[in-house]
Design a protein around this ligand. Sequence first.
Ligand code: RIB
Length: 314
Amino acid sequence: MPHIVNIGSINIDYVYKVEHFLRAGETLQAARRNVFMGGKGLNQSVAVARSGLSVRHVGVLGGDGQFLYDFLKDSGVDITYLRLDPEKACGHTVIQVTPDGENAILYFPGTNHSVDAALVESALSDCDGEDIVLLQNEVNDVGHIIGQARAKGLKIVFNPAPFSARVLEYPLDAVDVIVLNETEAMGMLQTKQASSDHQSIVGMLHERFPQALIILTTGSRGLNYVTPGGEFGALAAYPMKAVDTTGAGDTFVGYAMRAIAHYLKHADKAAFEKLLHEAVAAAGLSVTREGAVNSIPPREEVARFLAEISQRKF
Ligand code: RIB
């Protein structure tokens, strides 16, 4: 199996339980506050590690981030290219979570926007040709990083989260896999019109990015995908009681790397789908718990869950 090289964000998440999302001009009392480790990059690295794949995290932490550094290291993530800048502060978020588990996130990048080209260059120069670069949209210069990775002939998986108009300026024709949710898909397709016809959405994405394997996650409904060869597929989600959906997408992306790595090497749709079930189950389990990174299940739990589910069917 290849190594996953994740160039991504690390945040301190301040999570507030609220009755409803804050409205303009309103002062709202939160019922509870928790402080969690998070960031799409950190969450995805930990999910990759818990899925059993080897992962190297490339990024920058501030002086307040030693505990995040230690956590990644203790989670089995390779931190050779994780830097600490004592003069600056880490990225952080303010997350509101409603009683039905929905979230709204305010993001301050902090040192996630201090990832320089030299750090990326050293990390990529240390890659094996088989390694896969994983990217989200919370660090600076993502378009440039895509170019650097492509120049080295590395495979690239891009999760355009959170979506910003800048994403459309990135050299996306160099990306091998795009994993995105419905909001990000609307951004990529430059439309404000939501649609529940998920197969058509992946079809439109396929027309725009024909070289890429595209996986569209649709929350409690599951996912749709299309291969570069134009083969479509869909997987249903497992029914779960959602407590907090924060980090479910990251759990999915991290766990899906095994299926993606297999597909990139063998282009075998049946094996890809089989492996993808693990990612769907892991994301499902993650919504049953609070927080982002601490809700990511270990592989044994996912295997146990899938075994139980398969028995229920007989
Ligand atoms: O995807 C969830 C993550 O998004 C949170 O952990 C938060 O840090 C934001 O980056």
